[in-house]
Design a protein around this ligand. Structure first.
Ligand code: SAH
Length: 204
């Protein structure tokens, strides 16, 4: 998976590549899907949601340029796989999910793997987690019609936010960076994510 799908597409950060080799992705997908856990695509999880394609997890994580000292917010816990990857690359991960059943299942998987620096929350992640802000990095793993202002507000100075933004079934992955009161963005890639549903996302 790492050699053919991720290194070949240009990801070179050896810390990230090592983590992607180490995290057992098959434990994050339903039993019936486990045979495809390392294949080059997104997979269905519970509640009509998906675990992103491995390359997209790598691309989003790479964009954050984590050094190891960061506190990171993830919006859309899903299976917990992206959180498990982030947890090896920074100090603390806060991950919020709107479906309680998904969050509980992710919690079991992460506990079984002995990962202790992920804090799971259930709720509307379009509002972020103001009580734990600010964050050095924020990764949104569901697609928004526009960037939720609450998330930009919770970014630390110099912090980075990666988020798919656009129409319901097709979006552009954007990287935002905060410098003082300025916020700059650039486009990374065309993507297709499930919708971010909430007060500062899609309404349904
Ligand atoms: N990062 C996940 C992929 C999750 S798919 C993984 O590695 O498996 C996107 C997730 O975002 C879904 O589980 C969906 O329920 C969740 N989601 C959508 N809108 C949300 C919101 N407003 N707050 C929190 N989670 C949300």
């Amino acid at each position: 998976m790492v050699r053919d799908q991720i290194e070949r597409r240009g990801i070179t950060d050896t810390r990230l590549l090592d983590v992607l080799r180490a995290v057992p992705r098959h434990l994050f997908v339903p039993t019936a899907q486990q045979q495809w856990a390392y294949s080059d695509g997104a997979l269905r999880i519970e509640a009509g949601q998906t675990i992103s394609q491995p390359y997209i997890v790598a691309l989003m994580t790479d964009a954050l340029g984590l050094q190891g000292h960061e506190r990171v917010l993830e919006v859309g816990t899903g299976s917990g796989y992206q959180a498990a990857v982030l947890a090896q690359l920074c100090t603390q991960v806060y991950s919020i999910e709107r479906h309680a059943a998904l969050s509980l299942a992710a919690g079991k998987t992460l506990t079984a793997l002995g990962i202790e620096n992920i804090h799971l929350h259930i709720g509307d992640g379009t509002l972020g987690l103001p009580q734990y802000a600010s964050f050095d990095a924020i990764v949104v793993t569901a697609a928004a019609p526009k960037v939720p202002p609450a998330l930009l507000d919770q970014l630390a100075d110099g912090g980075k936010l990666v988020i798919p933004v656009g129409a319901r079934y097709q979006q552009v992955l954007e990287l935002w960076q905060r410098q003082g009161e300025q916020r700059k963005s650039h486009r990374i890639s065309a993507v297709a994510f499930v919708p971010l549903i909430g007060e500062q996302g899609w309404k349904t």
